[in-house]
Design a protein around this ligand. Structure first.
Ligand code: ARG
Length: 563
């Protein structure tokens, strides 16, 4: 049920304004004494107050509203509290984990390219951001009725593999490789660059090796496969910890056989040039560097592989939209890519780069800087370790301590990421992030656990909360109504995130819900001798618990029942 839409409908009939315009004009007043929704009348004529009065006299209010008043230039709509409470709480109680779900995306197929780390390199913090943001968008699309396909476009092809093969053949051995594959490969990679500074011929060797790989030479392929498999096994450990899944791991290498065809396809539809022996799409007209289709030595580029992936995704998945959750530093790459697609007469609305800023660590605080990278696994381990200590301190008798420590530690990191506008850089602050108070994941999880504990207590006292026989007129206090209004907004917020690809709106919403709930909980005794009040408030607690759980789940955060 959508109150705002009801007002839009009402006003669309009585004014000349379009629905879309009305939708944008109607706002939620800062203070509920001014009503639940406000419509500014200045669009109606020179004297807004008079116009407001005129309009008001024509309106026949739907059941959801108790009154409408003119205040200054505004028309203020007041919700019927009984109706609001009954509709909202009954719906949540009935729909449970499906509350907020919709069929909005019916028939639409969205490919979300996220995480996409590079083989033989550490899973970086940038990849964590992509994983977490991408996973949230993936889950949200599914929840709102889209067919979403999550693709991990592994960086498993490119000249760096030439370098690795050279380094490994010259200085490496399999025993050390097996022990700690990614760190070992990183060491070889760093050494390659060191030595190549003194001996540039190494770079030529590396190019040759990559060429061999693209030509399908056996030994090169064997080494590449070994590096890939060992790295992927390590990445999967992280995905298990984060509880993230993909529909496909088709990375860059997957396209190596179709790159010739891809280049032909592009060349047949946009004009290409040969420049210094390389085949390019010149984008000078659009103020962009050229797209390199084929390098002078015949090997392909990151661009070519991404173009191949686009054709594949459109064909294989019948995708209506392709979303890329990748850091800001690749902005140009995607602009170039999308420009080529546009020149090939694809609808540019089909493509979206969901970019994000950096995760910044306080200098020196992470002891794991090796080769100038932070190992994500160590970040996660540290978060879990800190939560373990907190639990020992605060609730040593907790059941499933280890499981909860993991859920809260990982949740803290995910939330620290998703609660910030993705465009901004985030300063990593351990203390702030793990606090059970303030704007953190653990605070939300704790609020959820508190609601669960109230319900458990009620059950043990045989005060069962359900939507049966609740007197909805009970809800009169502002603390209660605030919670109910917030619960009602859940679905709007989800749609907003879908439109902007900005999960922090959902994070903000959940924080506000938790805040409203905690105020309610401090002001209004839930379990009392008054049957009516107890029944009504227990239902409210149950609904808050449910919506917190639904919201956290969409963010990829677990909601333990006790902590
Ligand atoms: N592997 C790349 C990197 O780590 C990210 C890939 C993003 N996806 C894509 N289709 N280009 O920088």
């Amino acid at each position: 049920m959508d109150f705002k839409e009801e007002i839009v409908e009402l006003l669309a009939q009585e004014t000349k304004l379009k629905r879309e315009e009305l939708m944008n004009l109607i706002s939620v007043p800062p203070n509920s004494t001014m009503g639940d929704y406000a419509f500014p009348c200045f669009k109606l004529g020179k004297n807004p107050k008079e116009e407001g009065e005129k309009l008001k006299s024509k309106l026949i209010l739907p059941n959801a509203f108790s009154k409408v008043e003119v205040a200054g230039a505004y028309l203020n709509f007041y919700l019927n509290h009984h109706y609001l409470a009954e509709q909202t709480l009954k719906t949540i109680y009935r729909e449970r984990k499906y509350y907020g779900k919709e069929d909005l995306g019916k028939g639409k197929r969205i490919v979300i390219d996220f995480s996409s780390p590079n083989i033989a390199k550490p899973f970086g913090i940038g990849h964590l951001r992509s994983t977490v943001i991408g996973n949230c968008l993936y889950k949200l699309h599914i929840f709102l009725g889209y067919k979403a396909i999550g693709v991990n476009h592994l960086g498993d092809w490119g000249t760096q593999f030439g370098k690795l093969i050279v380094a490994y053949t010259k200085w490496g051995n399999e025993t050390e490789l097996q022990q700690d594959p990614i760190k070992y490969l990183l060491k070889l990679y760093v050494r390659f660059h060191d030595e190549a500074e003194r001996d540039a011929s190494l770079n030529d060797l590396a190019r040759d090796e990559f060429k061999k790989l693209e030509d399908g030479q056996k030994e090169a392929l064997r080494l590449w496969e070994l590096f890939r498999e060992l790295s992927l096994a390590e990445f999967k450990k992280i995905y298990r910890l984060l509880d993230v899944e993909f529909d496909s791991y088709t990375g860059e290498a997957f396209y190596s056989n179709v790159l010739g065809k891809t280049i032909e396809e592009v060349s047949s539809r946009v004009s290409t040039e040969v420049s210094d022996g390389a085949l390019i799409v010149n984008l000078e007209k659009y103020n962009m560097a050229p797209v390199l289709l084929r390098k002078s030595n015949g090997t392909t580029s990151y661009h070519t592989r991404d173009l191949a992936a686009i054709f594949y995704r459109i064909q294989k998945y019948k995708a209506n939209k392709l979303i890329y959750v990748v850091g800001q530093e690749q902005k140009l790459h995607f602009q170039q890519l999308f420009k080529v697609m546009e020149l090939m007469k694809y609808d540019s609305e089909m493509f979206k780069h969901v970019d994000f800023g950096l995760f910044k660590f306080p200098e020196g605080k992470m002891s794991t800087r090796k080769g100038n990278v932070i190992f994500l696994e160590e970040v996660l381990d540290k978060a879990i370790e800190l939560v373990r200590k907190l639990i020992e301190e605060k609730n040593p008798d907790l059941k499933n301590k280890e499981e909860v420590a993991r859920q809260v530690g990982v949740g803290a990191i995910i939330f620290a990421d998703l609660s910030n506008d993705r465009i901004r850089d985030i300063n990593f602050d351990w203390d702030r992030m793990l606090s059970f108070e303030g704007e953190t994941g653990p605070y939300l999880q704790y609020t959820h656990a508190r609601a669960c504990s109230i319900l458990r207590k009620a059950e043990s006292e045989r005060k069962i909360g359900s939507s049966e026989k609740v007197n909805y007129d009970h809800f009169q206090l502002e603390e209660e109504l605030k919670v109910i209004r917030q619960l009602d907004k859940f679905n709007h917020v989800l749609k907003d995130v879908l439109k902007t690809y900005k999960p922090h709106t959902l994070a903000r919403y959940l924080l506000d819900l938790a805040q409203a709930f905690n105020e309610f909980y401090h002001q209004c005794p839930v379990l009392s001798d008054q049957m009516q009040a107890t029944k009504a408030r227990l239902l409210l607690v149950d609904c808050v618990r449910q919506v917190l759980a639904n919201g956290l789940d969409l963010m990829g955060i677990k909601a333990p029942e006790e902590m």
